[in-house]
Design a protein around this ligand. Structure first.
Ligand code: FAD
Length: 460
């Protein structure tokens, strides 16, 4: 503890994708090291901003506004800068005469480079970078290891170990006083479509989590795959931007004594940790197959039909159109559309992952890339050759055809679920009248992977 006779030097708390004041170890540690004299800083990263979609940008801006409000309730405020993160953090540390800078560590190659560059730049000006590894995930990536390997490559043993490790205690939101440091005006949230009706920020995230845990989590196991019900938590954007602490969410879901619905939900949170620990060990995963496969087919037309939701396979088109319209796609539809691209059409998962990353509100390098690799059979799936037949998936997870009718207006008035999922059975002229395409690939009769325009050519 600092003595009352020697006033502490200020510290800088750099927010990255931990945009919250509750259970934020970065903010708590910065305050503890400086007697509460903290510069809470967010830098609009010039390397990342141009790459994010308008819906994500809006969510980020709403989250920053809410973070500022949360900090003000603690006696502080958010200092906002933009530009190069390393340069701006060093400048602020110098202006505030800060001895310590606190930040969450992250798992991408970009984050690693940024952390290393920041640590050495701060060192050169006499300050120290403190990285915190239990901010984004529940278990720090790299902490749980099977024997002498550096990460788990199979989920189930990871889950067993993960479920046994006690949760860290929550970090308390500190009282703050912010040195006289100038920042820029907070941006007014961009006028973009609101993805799936989700508004950014900690306040919204906590409200949504509260309602979810009170009312729905116990039903999760039975309904999470029902496409039309669309009844999953929709907490992923809040977890990605750190508006919610995954640790706090797990604790509130009763991690140590879960009901059966909560246990299924906790498993999903564990998948998130699992993918993060894989990416930490394999930072090349966004571009390298973890398990070689291929060769992939080069088919720009089929890729375009997939991206635009015009493959002629309604369940696939519904998912892709939900993504384009809402910046959101149900998990089951993500599995079906990704499997269709990679396993049925035989197209490389990388352009699919780029398309998802551009449109998804919850786009997250670890979760996106490693789920894509899982589906494509290049990743951690212990059954890499499994193929999801879109028709069987449709019959199982959208039995009444409601999900398809919602997102494919050309088929909205088709009453029979069999015809909604297989509209080619209505006949060629009915498809033409509706301006709905014939399937670009044959998926019937339990056979997948045969191009309609190349009869007999089995892709797999
Ligand atoms: P819920 O079912 O309520 O689950 C709760 C939380 O658990 C989620 O918010 C999420 O943080 C985590 N979770 C659930 N499923 C998974 C999973 N398979 N892998 C990792 N974490 C999971 N998730 C993202 O957050 N960002 C992505 O960019 C992303 N891309 C994906 C791409 C593909 C091809 C696939 C198949 C899945 C992808 N997912 C991604 C995982 C999953 O689809 C979403 O996390 C989930 O649909 C989000 O909805 P929810 O919050 O209602 O999830």
């Amino acid at each position: 503890m600092p003595s009352s006779s020697s006033p502490s030097r200020a510290a800088v708390a750099v927010f990255t994708r931990d945009l919250r004041v509750h259970d934020n170890p970065v903010l708590a540690a910065a305050a503890a090291s400086s007697d509460g004299r903290v510069v809470p800083l967010f830098v609009l990263d010039g390397g990342i901003l141009p790459r994010i979609s308008p819906t994500r940008r809006r969510f980020l801006e709403e989250s920053l506004a809410d973070l500022d409000a949360g900090l003000r309730r603690l006696g502080g405020r958010l200092v906002l800068r933009s530009g190069d993160v390393v340069a701006e953090v060093c400048r602020i540390a110098h202006e505030a005469d800060a001895a310590e800078v606190h930040m969450a560590c992250d798992v991408t190659a970009y984050a690693h480079e940024r952390q290393d560059a920041l640590a050495s730049a701060l060192r050169a000006q006499g300050a120290e970078l403190h990285l915190h590894d239990q901010v984004h995930t529940i278990q720090p990536p790299g902490d749980l290891r099977p024997g002498d390997r550096d990460h788990f490559s199979v989920f189930t043993p990871y889950w067993r170990r993960w479920a046994e490790i006690p949760l860290r205690p929550p970090a308390t939101a500190p009282h703050l006083s912010v040195p006289d440091i100038a920042g820029q005006e907070l941006p007014i949230p961009a006028d973009a479509e609101r993805a799936g009706g989700l508004r950014g920020g900690e306040t919204q995230g906590r409200k949504r989590a509260e309602q979810w845990l009170d009312k729905t989590v116990e039903e999760y196991e039975g309904i999470h795959d029902d496409l039309a019900a669309d009844a999953t938590s929709k907490l992923s954007p809040y977890l990605h931007f750190g508006c919610l602490s995954a640790t706090e969410l797990a604790a509130r879901a009763g991690r140590d004594h879960p009901g059966s619905g909560a246990e299924a939900f906790l498993r999903q949170l564990c998948w998130r940790d699992f993918h993060h620990q894989v990416l930490a060990a394999r930072p090349d995963a966004p571009h390298t197959d973890l398990r070689p496969r291929g060769p992939w087919r080069d088919d720009p037309e089929a890729l375009a039909a997939w991206s635009e939701g015009r493959t002629g396979i309604p369940i696939v088109d519904a998912g892709m159109r939900q993504l384009a319209a809402e910046g959101w796609m149900h998990n089951r539809a993500r599995l079906i559309t990704a499997s269709f691209l990679t396993k049925t059409l035989g197209i490389d998962w990388r352009p699919g992952a780029v398309h998802f990353a551009h449109h998804l509100l919850d786009a997250d390098v670890a979760n996106n890339v490693l789920n894509w690799q899982w589906v494509a059979g290049t990743g951690m799936d212990t059954r890499p050759n499994r193929v999801l037949n879109p028709l069987r998936q449709a019959a199982r997870y959208d039995p009444a055809g409601e999900y398809v009718r919602r997102y494919v207006p050309e088929l909205a008035d088709v009453a029979d679920p069999g015809h909604v999922h297989e509209p080619w059975r209505l006949g060629e002229s009915a498809l033409k009248e509706r301006d709905y395409p014939a399937p670009i690939v044959e998926v019937g009769g339990g056979k997948v992977g045969k191009r309609v325009d190349e009869p007999g050519e089995a892709l797999f």
